[in-house]
Structures are given as structure tokens and as C-alpha cells.
Design a protein around this ligand. Sequence first.
Ligand code: HEC
Length: 116
Amino acid sequence: MNSLKLMILCCAIGLPVAALADEGGDVYRQACAVCHAVGVAVAPGTPRLGVQSDWAGRLSGGKPEMLRAVLKGKGAMPPKGGDASLSDAQAGAALDYMLSRIIRSQPLASGDRRPE
Ligand code: HEC
């Protein structure tokens, strides 16, 4: 029911629903997949998309800490994955997409959830 309401709302204000829903995925494929996809030759320790165990030690700081790593860079990852044309919001949407791919496969302990 909720997604139906969202669709109606988006139509009413003229927003393309598909674009909204998949912006994070698009940015991920464009700017992040080159290092984070499963099966690419990544730097040692790169957490791979959807591989829960790669992320286990990284979730404890919550999303704000990961967002800081994405925006400022961390280890072998340059700021925003090296794509300076991305806005902070776009980089954040790609992070949300990556997180949604691991959270879906195994929910975080409730204590790890942070208010958005
Ligand atoms: C050039 C390769 C490269 C690209 C492109 C890249 N990353 Fe990374 N990413 C890495 C590496 C390597 C690490 C591990 C860094 C470490 O822990 O030393 C990492 C770690 C991360 C982490 C975990 C940070 C933490 O707090 O431990 C997140 C989240 C992340 N990347 C998101 C993204 C997003 C979103 C993008 C696209 C906007 C992106 N990455 C693009 C190489 C890359």
C-alpha cells in the first residue's frame, strides 16, 4: 500500500518513480562497482557488494562513519571513489544502495541501527 501511495505522490508532483528508486544503484554501478563488485580484482580488504562477512567489522560505527569514509576516502579508496563530480547526496545514495544489499540478506542487530 505504501509504495502505491508513493507512486501516486510522485506522479502528482511529476517525479519519475524509477529514477528515485534506483539513483543509488546507478551511482554505485558508475562510480563504485569497479572496486566493490564481487569478482573484480579489488585491493585487499575491499568490502564486496552483498558479501555480509566483508562488512561485519565495518558496521559497528554505523552509517555516519561509513559515509565519512566514502566522502573523504579511506585506505585505497579515494574520496567519493575518485569521482569528484558526484554530489554528497549521490555518494550517500550509493552507500545506501550498498548497505541495502547486505541488510536485506541479514538484518543488523537492532542496536546497530542508527536513526537516518
Ligand atoms: C578505487 C577503488 C574504489 C572505488 C572506486 C570505491 N571504493 Fe569504497 N572502498 C575501497 C577500498 C579499498 C575500501 C577499504 C578501505 C579500508 O578499509 O582501508 C573501501 C571501503 C568502502 C566502504 C567501507 C568504509 C568503512 O567505514 O570501513 C564503503 C562504505 C565504501 N567503500 C563505499 C564506496 C562507495 C559508495 C563508492 C562509490 C561512490 C566506492 N566505495 C568506490 C575501494 C574503492
